[in-house]
Design a protein around this ligand. Structure first.
Ligand code: ACO
Length: 330
């Protein structure tokens, strides 16, 4: 009988070489290490230099995940790249496919901002559950430093660049225990990286719009309120679908946006701090990369062990939010 369950069998991560600490940011904007640390928990972030690309860091993360899963690139059936900052607006997944030598793999990008990893996980899982694919590589990667307004102290202190990846494989027992996804476009204006164009007349009477994307704008307070309310709710719902209680969660792996959000969500769910994975002090908010980056570090540190129950939740622009409950390993 065909295996239609899902197991997450490998993880990997990579960040650009250059790191930028809070002190360095005080040279750019009117801020302080104390403000950034107490309001966000972030101490430094990594930023990509002009020679580094999204596909390169994503490929590095993917290689590690494949190695851990004991898979060769040719074994991969599907590559899903969750990103909002591709090297190419037509998508970067195919370049990663080529760089990996994953010749058989279908590859495409998926955009759901900071929820991209969780949305990607659920998307990838559907292909396995329907028996279409056996081995899926899911990558979350973003280079938000390209789109941050480095003059805006309300946003530039928050973000960092990075990539994380996991391998999902068809498995006899299903380790994806429950999930829930949500979107609310009425709050779209809270967090944007908008395309701004001006009209250009091509021929008399025919006008098109050309321009470029504008730096990130965010209503920090709105996004904070949204996250603290919606994330506990959606984790509860995903746990209900998994038929598990909150006490059965071994690790809470949230989108690493802000330590205060992590603390408030854990508090509301009554999950003790020692079960909360946090590495945002070193990386800042790496958008679609943040969950797999935190997951991979915790796996490699031996914190997350086979069979552990993980509650992961992403939230961000769209607005979008989602949660997935899964067990690590086969
Ligand atoms: N340094 C010093 N002062 C600052 C800075 C800074 N970097 N940024 C803002 N301030 C000032 C403000 O100008 C304001 O001053 P004012 O009162 O004189 O006007 C004061 O600090 C307070 O500003 P607030 O915006 O009220 O600060 P708040 O306590 O809300 O913290 C923060 C701001 C950290 C952005 C918070 O709102 C937050 O974490 N929001 C969630 C944002 C988030 O996580 N977004 C990402 C999720 S989605 C995604 O990942 C894409």
């Amino acid at each position: 009988m065909q295996n239609l369950g899902i197991a997450i069998t490998g993880s990997g991560s990579a960040v650009p070489t250059t790191s930028l600490d809070n002190q360095a940011l005080t040279k750019l904007v009117d801020t302080s290490d104390e403000w950034i640390t107490t309001r966000t928990g972030i101490r430094q972030r990594h930023v990509a230099n002009p020679q580094e690309s999204l596909s390169a860091i994503a490929t590095a993360a993917a290689k590690q995940a494949l190695e851990m899963a004991l898979l060769k690139p040719e074994d991969v059936d599907l590559i899903v790249l969750a990103t909002s900052t591709p090297d190419d607006l037509f998508g970067s997944a195919c370049r990663i496919q080529a760089e990996l030598g994953a010749k058989r793999a279908v590859a495409f990008d998926l955009t759901a901002a900071c929820s991209g990893f969780v949305f990607g996980l659920v998307t990838a899982a559907q292909y396995i559950r329907t028996g279409v694919f056996q081995n899926v590589l899911l990558i979350g990667a973003d280079i938000l430093s390209r789109w941050v307004d480095w003059q805006d102290r309300r946003t530039c202190v928050l973000f960092g660049d990075g990539a994380g990846a996991v391998v999902l494989q068809a498995n006899q027992s299903d380790r994806l225990l429950g999930f829930e996804l949500k979107s609310d476009g009425t709050q779209n204006g809270s967090l944007n990286l908008p395309y701004n164009a001006s009209g250009r007349e091509l021929t008399p009477g025919i006008e098109i719009a050309q321009g470029t994307y504008q730096p990130i704008t965010m209503n920090g307070k709105e996004v904070y309120r949204f996250a603290v309310q919606k994330v506990p709710e959606i984790i509860d719902k995903a746990l209900f679908r998994a038929n598990l209680s909150v006490e059965q969660v071994d690790w809470l792996v949230l989108h690493q946006a802000n330590q205060r959000i992590l603390d408030a969500v854990a508090d509301r769910l009554k999950i003790p701090q020692q079960k909360v994975i946090s590495n945002l002090a070193c990386y800042g908010n790496t958008s679609a990369a943040s969950i797999p980056l935190a997951l991979d570090e915790a796996v490699r540190q031996g914190k997350i062990k086979p069979d552990d129950v993980i509650a992961a939740s992403g939230f961000g622009a769209g607005l979008t939010w989602g949660a997935a409950i899964f067990q690590w390993g086969r």
